[in-house]
Design a protein around this ligand. Structure first.
Ligand code: FAD
Length: 418
């Protein structure tokens, strides 16, 4: 016998759980909803941690997804600083770090992701940070503002943090394995556009190189040494080397995991291998009806959208997750990008607008099919990209060319919107 019973147990204190709670109530759920999260704060937005919260322009309250009063109004109980330690999928009972046992009718596993740590020599020195939670952002601001900061990783965390810290008077250098920043997701040409924005604001790059070790004569980091032998003086270091889904609980519970993507294997309805248990957010590797393959994305919007689909599915609706994943990133106020996809591979990039003008959309085309689209200042193009990605049909070669002709009405390309 469990200590208590709830209709819906939401495991993880991030946006995927919070969104699921919201849509359960909006969908008419009348039973108890319990959201259990390890962190001390109510569910909050992580994007500001590398942007306005890092710069000091935004507060913790600004970053909260909903104020405390909303949870009361919605009768959603939130346990902060509490972990689910054990999940018995047969009995449908969870054991919390408080020792309390909770049985449930349905559960969501939304345990998110943890930063990937780089176990190099000197990794224990002070002044080396990763960024995932409020406290990390505060530490990076305190240690990095006005100082020499080396960022490890040329993806969006490294680029965003470098941009924000530059605004706080830091001198930033990005060390990256890629030859061009952000090129792994957006290709070299678009990457060069973003890198040049950063360079124009004084950010330096050590490209095509890897972190070898950190050095310091005392407790604090003083230097970063790369594999190619470049030595950079550093008062602070921020590592943005990606994240790994937090599958600790899921693995111990015996939920099926996806060996290639990491994360919990889910069907198109976001159901896991265990009856009555769903997954959403960074942790969920699901069969995408849009892509015709299993995908896992680590995007703010995906956490919200998947939480919604999981809620509807939990309430018995016959619904599959058919949302094209959307991502955004801001490099200070120098450039804001939006992206739909994700394109795994592509054989052609078609640019609408131009990199020189700073307003463009780049279309990633694979075998004539639109696989992804990046926009800077052309948000409206993304609706057409969503339609074409969803349709999944190969375009006529002439239509692929027309994607890049800014005078062409995109609505005339490919199948009409449903
Ligand atoms: C600095 C930063 C900037 C970002 N910027 C952008 C951006 O600009 N655009 C964008 O699209 N995306 C961005 N993202 C990504 C986006 O924030 C994430 O994809 C999103 O937060 C994922 O939400 P989630 O609920 O799946 O997981 P999380 O936010 O990781 O939440 C999961 C929570 O569950 C907790 N937990 C884990 N295990 C347990 C357990 N056993 N019991 C209880 N609790 C547990 C964790 O501690 C965590 O609090 C950013 C992320 C970061 C870190």
């Amino acid at each position: 016998m469990a200590d208590r019973h709830v209709a819906h147990l939401l495991i993880g204190g991030g946006l995927a759980s919070a969104s699921c709670a919201r849509w359960l109530r909006e969908g008419g759920a009348s039973g108890d909803i319990l959201l259990v999260g390890r962190e001390p704060d109510l569910p909050y937005e992580r994007p500001p941690l590398s942007k306005e919260y890092l710069s000091g322009a935004g507060s913790r309250e600004d970053a909260l997804w909903r104020p405390a009063s909303w949870y009361d109004e919605q009768r959603i109980e939130v346990l902060q600083r509490t972990s689910v330690m054990k999940l018995n999928t047969e009995e449908q009972v969870a054991t919390l770090s408080t020792k309390e046992t909770v049985s449930f009718d349905t559960a969501l596993v939304a345990t998110g992701a943890n930063v990937r740590r780089l176990p190099v020599d000197g990794a224990q020195l002070e002044g080396i940070s990763y960024l995932r939670a409020f406290g990390n952002a505060e530490q990076i601001r305190a240690e990095g503002a006005g100082k020499r900061v080396v960022l490890i990783g040329g993806s969006y965390i490294g680029c965003e943090v470098a941009a924000t810290l530059t605004g706080l008077g830091a001198q930033c250098t990005i060390v990256m394995q890629e030859d061009v920043a952000l090129s792994r997701t957006f290709g070299a040409e678009a990457g060069r556009f973003f890198q040049s924005q950063l360079e124009q604001h004084g950010i330096a790059f050590v490209a095509g190189d890897a972190l070898e070790r950190f050095e310091g004569s005392g407790d604090a980091v003083e230097r970063v040494v790369t594999a190619a032998g470049v030595t950079l003086d550093a008062d602070a270091v921020v590592i943005g080397a990606g994240v790994a889904p937090d599958v600790m609980l899921a693995r111990s519970a015996g939920l099926e995991l996806d060996a290639d993507l990491g994360g919990i294997a889910c069907d198109a309805r976001l159901r896991t291998s265990a009856r009555g248990i769903w997954a959403a957010g960074d942790i969920a590797a699901y069969d995408s009806v849009i892509h015709g393959r299993r995908i896992r994305v680590e995007h703010w919007d995906a956490a919200l959208q998947q939480g919604k689909t999981a809620a509807r599915s939990m309430l018995g609706e016959d619904v599959v997750h058919d949302v094209v994943p959307y991502f955004f990133s801001d490099l200070a106020d120098w450039a804001s990008l939006e992206y739909v996809g994700p394109a795994r591979e592509w054989d052609r990039e078609v640019v609408r607008g131009s990199y020189e003008s700073g307003e463009f959309s780049t279309w990633y085309v694979s075998g004539g099919r639109v696989a992804g689209c990046l926009s800077v200042g052309r948000s409206d193009d993304l609706d057409h990209a969503r339609r074409l990605i969803t349709a999944g049909e190969a375009l006529e070669p002439a239509d692929v060319v027309r994607l890049g002709d800014a005078s062409t009405d995109l609505a005339t390309i490919g199948p009409a919107a449903a």
